[in-house]
Design a protein around this ligand. Structure first.
Ligand code: 3EB
Length: 343
């Protein structure tokens, strides 16, 4: 018999967190709460991010809780609360944009660099140097500030931190997503590991770290997915995926077509990962999707396309967020190979 899958994720309403037993709570690595309706400043017992992305398909906020069946211990270093097992470390970094940088560097660029430098200092010191997955949230991602779009400022700061910590900008880069969420400090939730993951690219897309300069002088530093092996479990972290073919946005202004293109990209990443995986293969239908929509009015159109493609058993949460290119209307992210707890 194979050992039980150590890594799991639970999706639940914040009000249900307090109802969980001591054993469940002991296995929590950390959480990301999406919505902004719930009181956000209540201290959790574990690393927690609170992201202002209004939930569009349900009245309550959504908590994504990462759980492990292995022994979990907690700590704080570099001002970052973390929880870890022997294999994995989960943490949340926040940075205010209140400090101007040396020379002309914008406050957001400095915040991104400081946040990633702290993150890397933490995971290097504790022996989990392999960043598998980063969830990045920053305010007003598409706004131009000092003539530079804020997403591009973020990319510059992130890149500088990768370089300063001796990391490659192309090899072993994490899966990621970067979304606009108003009224909050820049927040990065992350999972890092003792052992490296296997980065996966999408044959339908130019690797983001090779995007041409038209999308910004400093390319974004992420892979399309990371495959990670735990004893008895293969996990695939899929990056935020959008309607991009090659390096270009497809179907500007057509949310239905962007949804179908996004699905084609997710399937292509899964297929590429299945070529590298040992298990029976990851399938899109069994996953829990987080769907970020720029325009709340697109909810029904997007849900109709996804349900048609994946069936009525589709599990998904729809959240309002700005996407990192002004012409992208949605982005979908998910993780495969996990045990998923839903109420
Ligand atoms: C894209 O494919 C869409 O900057 O970390 C997706 C996933 C996107 C991650 C990031 C950005 C990021 O380019 C945007």
């Amino acid at each position: 018999m194979s050992p039980p899958s150590p890594l799991a994720v639970a999706y639940l309403e914040p009000s249900r967190l307090d109802l969980q037993g001591a054993r469940w709570r002991a296995g929590v690595l950390g959480q990301v709460c999406y919505g902004g309706r719930s009181p956000t400043l209540e201290a959790a017992d574990w690393p927690a991010a609170f992201i202002h992305t209004p939930r569009l398909d349900a009245p309550e906020d959504l908590c994504e809780v990462w759980l492990s069946a292995d022994p979990v211990s907690a700590g704080t270093a570099e001002g970052i609360a973390y929880r870890r097992t022997d294999d994995l470390l989960f943490g949340v970094v926040t940075e205010a944009e209140d400090v101007d940088g040396v020379g002309s560097a914008a406050p957001l660029q400095c915040a991104a660099e400081r946040g990633y430098l702290r993150l890397f200092a933490l995971i290097d010191a504790l022996g989990y140097p392999n960043l598998l997955r980063a969830w990045n949230y920053l305010a007003e991602i598409n706004r131009e500030e000092g003539g530079v779009e804020r997403y591009r400022q973020f990319n510059a700061g992130r890149q500088d931190a990768f370089l300063a910590s001796g990391r490659s900008l192309t090899d072993g880069v994490p899966a990621a997503c970067a979304l606009g969420a108003a009224g909050q400090p820049m927040s990065i939730a992350f999972l890092a590991a003792r052992r490296p993951g296997v980065p996966i690219e999408n044959p339908r897309q130019v690797s983001a770290f090779h995007y041409p300069a038209a999308y910004g002088p400093r390319s974004p530093t992420f892979s399309r997915a990371t495959l990670f092996r735990l004893p008895g479990q293969e996990v695939l972290f899929l990056s935020g995926t959008a309607s991009i073919g090659g390096h270009e946005t497809r179907h500007s202004g057509d949310v239905g077509a962007q949804t179908r293109e996004t699905l084609a990209n997710l399937r292509a990443v899964l297929e590429a990962a299945n070529g590298a995986a040992r298990g029976p293969g990851f399938r899109l239908k069994s996953l829990y999707l987080k769907v970020y929509l720029r325009d709340p009015g697109d909810l029904e159109a997007v849900r109709a396309v996804l349900t048609e493609a994946l069936g009525p058993g589709l599990r998904a949460a729809y959240l309002q967020a700005d996407i990192c290119r002004a012409d992208l209307l949605l982005e979908i992210e998910t993780t495969a190979g996990l045990r998923i707890e839903t109420p």
